[in-house]
Design a protein around this ligand. Structure first.
Ligand code: NDP
Length: 346
């Protein structure tokens, strides 16, 4: 059995959803009430791969909302309680979605293994970052040529290059895709230099330097909402893969030559009878989902019950190959420009 731990995109959304599900007492509560609300098993689901294999899973709403991010102890408790619930339900492999994996890593929850009388078994959890990184790389490879960008000659900037997903994307782009030039963007210099030496190449650049030079930009950092970028300095054409969370880049660029693609999203080959992705505002919520969630499904399909994506900068090309092959075999495809625009027009 697989599990997905997620959350609503805002407090208002969470209250609306709770009302629909009949949890009126929580729905009407203020943020303090929500801070003490326990995680909920919201939905069970059965999924059949094109190979014929059937798996079952559960969506757990952590009852975290982004408005709680500044409340350190609450955010930590929400994630750990949801993990405890997943483990108590005997779920073999559970993905941490949205802000929950960021909270886990940034608040160093590895130190908090004991939740009441439960010792968390890390092998039951995955961040889903390996599949996310593979999907983002494939999205770049598939979509750049569609808008006239030849990746073998292109300058590709990775914003968030030293992160878990970003460093995996850089490894793939330099060793598998073979891009014209890789621009490595992050704020701290030392990790950038270490990455550059590991890759044996790539040019370290600031965001301001990279933007006017890049033919394609992979965004794998959660950028501040206040970030402003002047669209007129960006190349035409330019492909932007919005791999961060929340996905809000499409509101920042208004030039026709700039194509923004939601990164790290996959589509299953047929509808899944679930409602959970409506919470995440997918354009086709019956079959689209975050790649990190799909990773838990893939690990379950493959009987690979281990914390496949865990810790920082451990994603190897071999792991990306494994999860990428499984993704294709079990009926997932990447979200591409054509499908994104068709959905928007519908
Ligand atoms: P990490 O924390 O490992 O890495 C974040 C990276 O971004 C670091 O390189 C950091 O370096 C850089 N960074 C942060 N802020 C800025 C900034 N203002 N300007 C430039 N660089 C910056 O994160 P992950 O790799 O785990 O995740 C990256 C993003 O992907 C997150 O937003 C996450 O939510 C999202 N994600 C999306 C998924 C999906 O859509 N399917 C699934 C999983 C994650 P430095 O601090 O030196 O600047």
């Amino acid at each position: 059995m697989f599990g997905l731990i997620g959350h609503s995109t805002s407090f208002d959304d969470a209250r609306r959803k709770a009302m629909e599900l009949g949890y009126d007492h929580i729905a009407e509560g203020d943020l303090d009430v929500w801070c003490s609300a326990p995680p909920q098993l919201v939905e069970d689901v059965k999924i059949v791969s094109p190979t014929g294999k059937t798996i079952e899973g559960t969506y757990i709403d952590s009852c975290f909302v982004p408005e709680m991010l500044s409340r350190f102890k609450t955010a930590r408790r929400k994630v750990l309680n949801a993990m405890e619930l997943a483990q108590k339900k005997g779920i073999n492999i559970t993905a941490l979605g949205g802000f929950t994996s960021i909270i886990f890593e940034n608040f160093n929850l590895l130190q908090h293994r004991q939740i009441r009388n439960t010792t968390l078994q890390w092998e039951r959890f995955t961040t889903g970052n390996t599949h996310t990184a593979w999907v983002i790389c494939r999205q770049l490879e598939i979509n750049a040529p569609l808008i006239g960008i030849d990746l073998s000659k292109a300058r590709v900037a990775v914003v968030g290059a030293t992160g878990d997903i970003g460093s995996a994307v850089c490894r793939w782009l330099s060793q598998r895709t073979g891009v014209g030039e890789l621009l490595l963007v992050a704020r701290q210099q030392q990790p950038l230099e270490e990455l550059q030496s590991e890759l044996g190449g790539g040019r370290i650049a600031t965001l301001e330097q990279a933007m006017p030079e890049a033919d394609a930009v992979v965004w794998v950092a959660s950028m501040p909402r206040t970030l402003q970028i002047d669209s007129s300095i960006i190349k035409n054409p330019c492909l932007m893969i919005d791999g961060g969370y929340p996905k809000n880049l499409d509101t920042k660029f208004d030039s026709l030559g700039i194509k923004v693609l939601k990164g790290g999203i996959v589509e299953f080959f047929q509808d899944i009878g679930w409602n959970m992705m409506q919470l995440a505002e997918m354009e086709k919520p019956q079959r689209q989902m975050f790649a990190c969630f799909a990773e838990a499904m893939l690990l379950e399909f493959e009987n690979c019950h281990t914390n496949f994506s865990w810790g920082r900068n451990n994603i190897t090309l071999e792991k990306m190959d494994f999860i990428g092959d499984a993704s294709i075999r079990h009926g997932f495809s990447t979200l591409n420009l054509k499908s994104q625009f068709q959905a928007a027009a519908a």
